[in-house]
Design a protein around this ligand. Structure first.
Ligand code: FES
Length: 157
């Protein structure tokens, strides 16, 4: 049986749904208090059988392999879920086929969960494209915050 690390490695070799979503309905950005990494997620809704469900989700991350693997997995399994269903997903749900996260990596999954919940709560006004609220990518946001005094280096697992 494959270890969590092997499955995470496989997931990030072919990550799904990376990148900004210019036509998103909601966006959420969080930083992890545990490690200082950051995650931004976008969600877009559609109507299905008279119900509002997630059409697609995407992410950008400045974090470890686990965060990337969970976000990749989560953005795939969110498709077709209602907002309530998506809000009810725990870290283990969002990790999908990766399985339960090792204790040291739970905060990485929680960062994905927090970014998702913020995106689900933070619906944009229909007249306000997400690009206006978020003109920069996550990386350029971070670089501008880090200017001069802090140097941010991606963590290796
Ligand atoms: Fe920072 Fe995993 S998200 S160590």
């Amino acid at each position: 049986m494959k270890s969590f690390e092997e499955k995470a490695q496989e997931a990030i070799q072919n990550p799904q749904n990376i990148g900004e979503m210019p036509d998103a309905d909601g966006v959420g950005t969080v930083g992890s208090a545990d490690c200082g990494d950051m995650m931004r997620m976008w969600v877009k809704y559609k109507e299905k059988d008279g119900k509002k469900v997630i059409d697609k989700a995407s992410f950008q991350a400045f974090g470890c392999q686990t965060a990337l693997a969970v976000a990749s997995m989560a953005t795939e399994l969110l498709k077709g879920k209602s907002i309530e269903e998506a809000k009810g997903l725990g870290v283990d749900d969002l990790s999908g086929d990766l399985g339960s996260l090792p204790p040291m990596k739970i905060h990485c999954g929680e960062m994905v969960q927090d970014a998702l919940r913020q995106a689900l709560n933070g619906e944009l006004e229909p007249s306000q494209p997400s690009g206006l609220q978020n003109p920069n990518t996550l990386i350029s946001d971070m670089n501008s915050k880090a200017k001069g005094t802090i140097k941010i280096i991606p963590l290796e697992d």
